[in-house]
Every structure is written in structure tokens, then in C-alpha cells.
Design a protein around this ligand. Structure first.
Ligand code: HEC
Length: 163
């Protein structure tokens, strides 16, 4: 997909996506579309299932916009990456929602006190750090920590897709 096609596909799927993730009951899943989207266009993310993704952040996470100079985001920061693909018939398929929430110090010290969650398109929660399915989302923390420990475990989108 070209950037323009990805944008059109996203515009079509947005409302359905918001409703799907909201079924999870996680507050962030119901709210993130009202937050700032730091991606200027949905972009392909090989590390999140090869889907097209965006990166939203709540107000507490506003220093995310400093990218590599982010420092350490405060407790209560939430980043939300929604995702979609397009099948052979041209239909937009909603993918999972990927959440990172900064918890109070001591939650998960080795992993930057981030709580990772993955919400499926049917609203079910695949896993959540420290909660149900915690082991199933450890791979999130492993990759984010291995590559990004010096920048608060954040990895940022390619520069051309940054707001
Ligand atoms: C193999 C490495 C890898 C794995 C596994 C991975 N991520 Fe990421 N993640 C990245 C990279 C690279 C970026 C930035 C580029 C992008 O968006 O593709 C990113 C970006 C993010 C962001 C936006 C914040 C940031 O770091 O810039 C969120 C939120 C996120 N990932 C959540 C998750 C969750 C939740 C999981 C597990 C279900 C997960 N990730 C698994 C590599 C990974």
C-alpha cells in the first residue's frame, strides 16, 4: 500500500476499530483515539505482525514527541499502537491493539516499569504484564528492553512517519 492508500484504509476502519478495542473494557483501549497520534500516516511495522500501525500517546506521555531525547516518561504515560492489514480482496482487517502503560516505580524494574498489553480485534485480552496472560506478552518487554533500554524502552517510528 502507498501512504495515501494506507491513510484511506485507516479512515474507513477507524470507527469499527475504536468499537472493537473498547469491548476489552481497558480504559486506554476506549480512549486512545482521542489522544495525539504521533504518526503522520499509518506505516508498516514488521515487529508488530507486518501490519500498518499508528502511535498514539496520552497527555502525560507528551515527551514522547522528543523521540530519542525522551528521557524517562512519567507514571501514567500510555502509548497505544493500533494496527490493521488489507486482505487480497481489498478488505481492511483490524489487527491487535498494542499498549504500553508506565506503572509506578517497582512494578517491573528490569523492564522500565512498563505494562504491556495486547488486545485482540474481538476485544479479548491476549495478555497483560502482571495480569492474565502475562507470560504471553513477555516477548514485548524482551524486544523493547533489548533495543531501547537507554531511551526508556521506547523504539519510535521511522523518522519520515513522525509528526
Ligand atoms: C521484535 C521487537 C518488538 C516486539 C516483539 C514488540 N515490539 Fe513494540 N515496537 C518495536 C519497534 C521497533 C517499535 C517502533 C517502530 C514501530 O512502530 O514499528 C515499537 C513500538 C511500539 C509502541 C509505540 C511506542 C514506542 O516504542 O515507540 C508500542 C505501544 C508497542 N511497540 C507495544 C508493543 C507490545 C504491546 C508488544 C507485544 C504484544 C510489542 N510492542 C512487541 C519492536 C517490538
Amino acid at each position: 500500500m502507498t501512504d495515501a492508500e494506507a491513510m484511506t484504509a485507516y479512515d474507513c476502519a477507524k470507527d469499527e476499530m475504536a468499537a472493537a478495542y473498547k469491548m476489552s473494557g481497558l480504559p486506554a483501549a476506549g480512549q486512545f483515539m482521542n489522544w495525539k497520534n504521533y504518526a503522520n500516516n499509518p506505516y508498516p511495522s514488521a515487529t508488530h505482525g507486518g501490519r500498518y500501525v499508528n502511535n498514539y500517546g496520552n497527555d502525560t506521555a507528551r515527551n514522547y514527541g522528543r523521540y530519542e531525547n525522551v528521557g524517562v516518561l512519567p507514571t501514567g504515560s500510555v502509548l497505544a499502537k493500533n494496527s490493521f492489514g488489507v486482505n487480497g480482496a481489498g478488505k481492511v482487517m483490524i489487527g491487535p491493539l498494542f499498549l504500553m502503560e508506565k506503572m509506578p516505580a517497582g512494578f517491573n524494574t528490569d523492564f522500565g516499569d512498563w505494562r504491556y498489553s495486547m488486545v485482540m480485534p474481538d476485544g479479548s485480552i491476549f495478555g497483560r504484564t502482571g495480569g492474565k496472560g502475562s507470560a504471553k506478552v513477555q516477548f514485548c518487554a524482551d524486544c523493547h528492553t533489548a533495543l531501547g533500554a537507554e531511551q526508556d524502552h521506547l523504539l519510535f517510528m521511522p523518522p519520515q512517519y513522525r509528526m
